[in-house]
Unconditional design. Sequence first.
Length: 224
Amino acid sequence: MTSARDDILATVRRSLGVSGRETTRRDIVADRLRRAPKGVIPARGQLAGAELTALFQTQAEAAFATVAEVDASLDVPAAVAEFLRGYNLPASLRIGGDLRLRAMPWGDTALQIQQGPSDGSDLNAVSHAFGGVAETGTLIMASGPENPSTLNFLPDNHIVVLSAKDITGDYESMWDQLRGTYGRGQMPRTINMITGPSRSADIEQTLLLGAHGPRRLHIIIVKD
């Protein structure tokens, strides 16, 4: 069964005398896509090193996220425990199957760890971001069993680990990294872009955090 779109495109191909599978034509299209001019990229994000990380933190905090820095991934569990204590939250977490998270010394803390997607009953969750975009303080979350999308939306408190080396200045650079990492046809089913905790001002223009997702977003930037 074909759609109206398929019928229209088939008619166009017949009129041109082509099938759409010609190597030369496909190479021409691919070359045009590669050489397509890039859009305007804001100068704000064209930084590097510590300045880029500082810009990400500033923008993330402006969107009501909290940010902490640690020197190495081994320091993450202690930083998570400190965050939970600071808000008097239970010492329990849900994480996905991300190997970077699983390799961290959670056993050095009193935190109780559960693994897998959330069913909505979890208060706290930890994910590892694919990257961050400094110009808006946005986290880029790639879906999959390593970091289930349910952890992005269902728990009240979402803690996200972000490697400083994975922060780019702009979205264009981040999409280049995604395509380079996953390759053609291998992109994750979903890419979630998260800027701050969930919030809404639909009711009487009063800002409410946690309206459609986590009420707290805490980002731990790993310097190494």
